[in-house]
Design a protein around this ligand. Structure first.
Ligand SMILES: [Zn+2]
Length: 593
C-alpha cells in the first residue's frame, strides 16, 4: 500500500483515474445530487481501486462492459470519510458508479430563495477545497492526482448552471420542465478545483475572454466593479506568462459564501462583499486570478504544502497590485496582511506547529488548520527570496518554476530542490529550512514600510490620547489607507470616541465591507450600542469567515455583547455554510451563553 496524502485513501500503487464523466441531476427539494460518475483509467487495470467518499450513497458499480464491480465502503473516519474500495475485474478501463450525495454534504450549500438577491428561486453552490470533493463525487480526493472532466447537469427550468469548466451548450432535460447543461474541462485539475453552481443566473461580457455571472439583480453592479479584469489579466501575463486556461470568468455568489473568493479554474467564485461600488476590493480578484498559475497550474501535492499555493499567490497578488497601482498601494496591502498574520499567531500561539509553513496535518482537519499563516508568512518567504536574489533573477526563477511544474502537484521539498538548482545558495543564505520547518516568524522576515504607512499607524495609535485626523484629509484617503488606520485604532474605546470615529468615517453606512466590518469590530469590542443593529444585519446575511471570526471574537468582551452574539448566532446558524458554522462555534466556545 502506498498512500500519498494524509487526507486521502488514494493509493499510488493502484490503477490511476485520469478522467471523470459526470451525469448529475440537481434535486433542490431533497437537497441532493444524484446520477453517475464514470471514471476512466489510464490503461487497463485490475484489483483494488480506493476512492474517497463522504456521505455518498453508492447504488451500484459496473464496468463499461456491463459487468458488476464488487465494492466495499469502509467504516467512517471522522476527517477522511469512508474509503470506497472497488474490486476491478481484469482489463477494466472504465467504471460507472451510480450514487447520490447527502443533504449534509459539506461541499454543497443549498440556499432558500430568501437567501438570494432575487428571492424567487433556490440556489446551489459547491466549495470543494480543502477535502470536500469526496462529498460530491467518489474520486481519489487528493491534489496529488489530477483529472480532467466532462459533466452533464440537469436542473429545473428556468435555472442554469456554471462549472469550473468550459460550457458546452445545453439541451432539453430528460423530464418535462428540466434542462441539461453540458461542460468540458480538458485540462487536468486536482479534485478540490471541481466546482458547480446553479440558480437563476445572468451574465455580462467583460472582455473577449472574461465574463461575469451573477443573479440578474446583481450582474450590472458586478460588471461595473470588475470591468478592469482584462487589464489585470494582461498585467498577470506579463509577470507569469500567457494565461493558461483560455477563459477567465467570475461568478458572484449570494452572501453566505464562506470565502472571499475561490480560484475555481475558468470560473472564480466570489463573495458579493467585494462589490464595494468603487472597485476598491478587487484585490480579491487579483488573488484568485494569480492562482491560475500558482495553485491551479502548479499545485500543492497535499495540504501539508498549502503555503506553496497561498504564499506564492499572495506574493503574486501584491506584485499585480504594485504593477497596477504603484508601490505605496502594495505596501499598504502588505500592512493589512501583517495585521491578519499577527492575529493568526495570537490565535494559535507563536510556538504552535500550525504556524509552520510546511505542516504535518496527519490526523488534523485542514479546515481547522486554515489561517492567514500560509498566505502571509508564505508570501513573506517569497518576498525575502525576491529581495535577496534581486527582482529580475527571481522573476525569471518564478517563470521557470511555473513552466517546469505546470499541470503537476509538488511538495515543499521539490520546490526547495528546484530553488537550489536554479538559484544555488539562495535557500541556505535566507535560512529556508527554518522558514519551512520553524514555528512563528523568522528574524529575517522582510519588512514593508513607507512614510505614509508610518503616518497612518502613528496617528491611529495616538487616537486614545486624543489625536484626530483632519476630516478634510480623511475624505481624500483611499479605502486601504482608511482600513490601515482603523485596524490600528486601539480598542475598546469609550462610547463618545466610537461616535467620533463614526462621524469621521461613517462606517455604519459603508458599502465597503472591509471598512464596515473593521468599524463594527471596534463597536463590538467597545460595547457601543449604536453599532448593534448593523452588526446584526451583517452577521445575519454575510457568511464570509474573514468577517465572522473577528466580529464574533470582538463581541466576547462584555456580558451584553456576549448575549447579543449568542442571540444572533441562534438566528443566523441555519443560513451559514457548514464551514462558517465551525468558525463561529470555535469563537463562541470561548464565551459560552
Ligand atoms: Zn488563495
Amino acid at each position: 500500500m502506498s498512500r500519498i496524502d494524509p487526507h486521502s485513501y488514494a493509493d499510488a500503487a493502484q490503477p490511476r483515474v485520469r478522467r471523470l464523466d459526470l451525469d448529475l441531476d440537481v434535486d433542490f427539494d431533497r437537497r441532493i445530487l444524484s446520477g453517475e460518475a464514470v471514471l476512466s483509467l489510464d490503461g487497463p487495470g485490475e484489483g483494488p481501486l480506493d476512492l474517497d467518499s463522504k456521505g455518498l450513497l453508492i447504488r451500484g458499480v459496473v464496468t463499461d462492459g456491463g459487468a458488476a464491480v464488487p465494492f466495499e465502503l469502509a467504516g467512517e473516519e471522522p476527517i477522511l470519510g469512508r474509503r470506497l474500495r472497488l474490486s476491478l475485474p481484469s482489463g477494466t478501463r472504465r467504471v460507472a458508479i451510480r450514487y447520490e450525495t447527502s443533504p449534509e454534504a459539506v461541499a454543497l450549500q443549498w440556499l432558500e430563495p430568501a437567501q438570494t438577491a432575487g428571492g424567487a428561486h433556490p440556489f446551489l453552490y459547491s466549495q470543494c477545497q480543502a477535502i470536500h470533493a469526496r462529498t460530491v463525487i467518489p474520486v481519489p480526493d487528493t491534489p496529488a492526482l489530477r483529472v480532467s472532466y466532462r459533466a452533464a447537469v440537469t436542473l429545473p427550468e428556468p435555472l442554469s448552471a456554471v462549472m469550473s469548466a468550459g460550457g458546452a451548450g445545453d439541451r432539453p432535460g430528460p423530464r418535462p420542465f428540466t434542462r441539461t447543461f453540458l461542460f468540458e474541462m480538458p485540462q487536468p485539475i486536482p479534485p478540490y478545483l471541481f466546482a458547480l453552481a446553479a440558480g437563476r443566473l445572468a451574465a455580462r461580457d467583460l472582455s473577449p475572454r472574461a465574463r461575469v455571472h451573477a443573479e440578474p439583480e446583481v450582474v450590472a453592479a458586478a460588471a461595473r466593479e470588475f470591468d478592469g479584469v482584462e487589464a489585470m489579466i494582461r498585467t498577470a501575463e506579463r509577470l507569469f506568462g500567457p494565461y493558461p486556461w483560455e477563459r477567465y470568468d467570475l461568478l458572484v455568489l449570494p452572501p453566505s459564501f464562506p470565502y472571499g473568493g475561490m480560484e475555481n479554474p475558468r470560473m472564480t467564485f466570489l463573495t458579493p462583499t467585494v462589490i464595494a461600488g468603487d472597485r476598491s476590493l478587487v484585490d480579491v480578484v487579483a488573488h484568485e486570478l494569480a492562482h491560475s498559475w500558482t495553485g491551479n497550474l502548479v499545485t500543492n501535492a497535499t495540504m501539508d504544502h498549502f503555503w506553496l499555493n497561498e504564499g506564492a499567490t499572495t506574493w503574486a497578488e501584491r506584485r499585480i497590485l504594485e504593477a497596477l497601482h504603484g508601490e505605496e498601494a502594495a505596501v499598504l496591502s502588505w500592512a493589512i496582511g501583517e495585521t491578519a498574520l499577527t492575529q493568526a499567531f495570537e490565535r494559535f500561539g507563536a510556538g504552535s506547529p500550525l504556524t509552520k509553513l510546511r505542516t504535518d496535518l496527519l490526523g488534523v482537519d485542514p479546515d481547522d488548520a486554515f489561517s492567514s499563516i500560509p498566505y502571509e508568512k508564505g508570501s513573506r518567504f517569497f518576498a525575502l527570496l525576491e529581495r535577496t536574489a534581486g527582482r529580475e533573477r527571481f522573476d525569471r526563477f518564478v517563470a521557470d518554476y511555473i513552466a517546469r511544474f505546470r499541470f503537476t502537484s509538488i511538495t515543499s521539498e521539490a520546490f526547495l530542490a528546484f530553488l537550489d538548482e536554479r538559484l544555488p545558495g539562495l535557500s541556505a543564505s535566507v535560512g529556508a529550512a527554518e522558514w519551512l520547518s520553524g514555528t512563528g516568524m523568522p528574524a529575517n522576515a522582510p519588512v514593508f514600510r513607507s512614510a505614509r504607512l508610518e503616518e497612518l499607524t502613528g496617528l491611529a495609535r495616538r487616537f486614545a490620547a486624543g489625536a484626530r485626523p483632519d476630516p478634510a484629509a480623511v475624505a481624500r484617503w483611499t479605502p486601504s489607507e482608511t482600513l490601515v488606520y482603523l485596524q490600528h485604532v486601539p480598542r475598546p474605546l469609550p462610547g463618545a470616541a466610537c461616535a467620533e470615529l463614526e462621524s469621521l468615517f461613517g462606517f455604519l453606512a459603508q458599502g465597503n465591507h472591509e471598512l464596515l466590518v473593521e468599524g463594527l469590530t471596534i463597536a463590538a469590542a467597545s460595547d457601543w450600542e449604536r453599532g448593534f443593529g448593523r452588526i446584526r444585519d451583517v452577521l445575519l446575511t454575510v457568511g464570509r469567515m474573514k468577517y465572522l471570526r473577528p466580529l464574533f471574537k470582538a463581541l466576547g468582551g462584555h456580558p451584553r455583547t456576549r448575549a447579543l452574539a449568542h442571540e444572533i448566532y441562534a438566528a443566523a446558524r441555519p443560513r451559514y455554510h457548514a464551514l462558517s458554522r465551525r468558525v463561529v462555534e470555535t469563537e463562541l466556545a470561548a464565551y459560552p451563553a
